[in-house]
Structure formats: C-alpha cells, structure tokens
Design a protein around this ligand. Sequence first.
Ligand code: ATP
Length: 306
Amino acid sequence: LVQLSMPLNFMGMIYREIKQALIDIDDMFKILHRNPEIADRPGAAPLAITEAVVRFEDVHFAYVPERPILRGISFTVPAGRTVAIVGPSGAGKSTLSRLLFRFYEPQAGRITVDGQDIAGVQQESLRAAIGMVPQDTVLFNDTIGYNIRYGRWEASEAELREAATLAQIDRFIAALPEGYDTPVGERGLKLSGGEKQRVAIARTILKGPPILVLDEATSALDSFTEREIQDALDRVSRGRTTLVIAHRLSTVVGADEIIVLDQGRIAERGTHLALLAQGGVYAAMWNRQREAEAAREALKRAEAQE
Ligand code: ATP
C-alpha cells in the first residue's frame, strides 16, 4: 500500500501544480492562444512606452487562409482614450485583442504602440504593458488578497486596499469572515461572476498597465451589478489607453469612438450619438437590445406581481 500511495501522492502534487498554473487567467489566455511560430526577432528591443498610442494599420488576418477574418482594419486608440469594438458574434472582435497581444500576426498591415511595430519588440515587454480584464476570470485556490496581489506582488497593504476600493470589492471583502485572508476559488468561497470580475479589475488596477483590454462578459449580470462593474471599469480605464471588446451596447455609450465590425470590415465608426443619428447598423443593434431589455424587465415585473 505504501508503495502505491507514494506515487499517488506525487501525482496529486503534480496535478495540483498544473492546475494552479492553468488557473492563472493571463497564462490561460497565453496557453489557449500559444503560437510557436511567434518568437522575438533577433535583437528585438523592449517596447518603449511614451504615450501609449495604439494603432491598427490596414490589418488583414485569417486563422486559416480560406477564411479571412479581418480585411483591412485601421483605427487609432489615442493616448488615454477608449475605443469600443462592437459587432455580431464571430465578427472578429476578440481576434483584434489577440493580435494586439501578438498571439497571432497579421498577414498584412501592422499594429504599432507609440510608433513601434509590435512584431519587432520583445514579447514580454509588450505583454507587460497591457492589462487584460477577461470575460471569465478564473481564480487561484488561495486567499482573495493573494488573487488581487497577483497584479503586483510588491504592492503595499495600502495599495492593495486602494485597488480593492477602486474596483468596488472592498466592502464585500470587509464583510468576509477572514477579510483579505479568506480562501476563494474551487476549494474556498465561491464568488459570483460579478465578484470575480471585480477581483480581476482590482488586480489590473494594482498592475497599473498603460494599455488596457476589457473583454466584456457575455453572460448577463443583473443591472445593479452591471452598473457597479461599469463604474469600476470606468475608473480603471481613466487615463489609460483602452480597447473595449463589447458584447452589450450599454457599456460603450461613453467611448471616445465606437467601431462597428461586420464581416471583417469596419461598417461604421463614430460616437454613440453620431452613430444613432446615422440610423445604420449600430442604431439597429441598439434598438434591438433596448427592446430585448424592455421585454426582460416587463417579464420580471409580471413575475413579481404573481
Ligand atoms: P463573439 O462576440 O462571439 O465573442 P468575436 O467577434 O469576438 O465573437 P472572434 O473570437 O474574434 O469573434 O472570432 C472570429 C472568427 O474567427 C470566428 O468565426 C471564430 O470561429 C474564428 N476563430 C477564432 N479563433 C480561431 C482559431 N484559433 N482558429 C480558427 N478560427 C478561429
């Protein structure tokens, strides 16, 4: 039995380590989209951030040659501004963020940060400059404090608390039995989708990257949670160059520019009000979402009355 239990214990240890490694969101993103063909060019220099201007210049991209996903996409996210990408499912919205992280390379055109082609800089420096709030955050099986601190290990206790406050998760943590030392994740306290997202926001605030990618959750949150998360996202993106991959239109209203992707091309672009006035694809999407929301609310009211 002893002979059998030793290797089993050992396997258990390895299993836990692999699981822990897999559970890191950034790593998960990297593992899912790892592309061995993409490596640093010989002599690549680190990315030098001055203002953090992000530019897509006539970008063409296909995962497989016979199916083009992006066909000549050009836009600029000016320093400290927010650009939102909207469009039907499968339009290529998340592909733009994968290209910005350089998990894939455009077949034509280029992406620059402060004028430097990202294909020619050290990958580590590029990824260090970009913070990501993903759609679904997976937490480490550790304390809630550890999960936030992961953004920057050397952060002080005061900085940790400040990040939690900005992400609007501080009061929730204060009410937990062991505060910041409360275990979370699979073997600890289970957090809701909205709470997990706020942990991810706090972690990103602590990391303090000049460029942000917000990949909005597709899953519906209740409207109170959605508003709280929106407030937290507004705070984290203030003063940072931000690309929002939006699935719900209500979150893009305040963006400096909205880009409507359709079949690999930019179908429309402008501010929320300008696009509504234009009465095109965006206006139609907006009206459809508004009608769907109104129907949901009416159903809820009817259920409450029963
Ligand atoms: P959604 O709103 O549903 O998240 P999206 O606009 O973000 O969609 P993308 O994830 O960018 O869409 O995907 C664009 C297209 O590329 C989709 O048709 C998808 O099936 C395809 N695609 C995504 N990843 C790969 C891949 N690794 N290999 C091949 N095709 C892929």
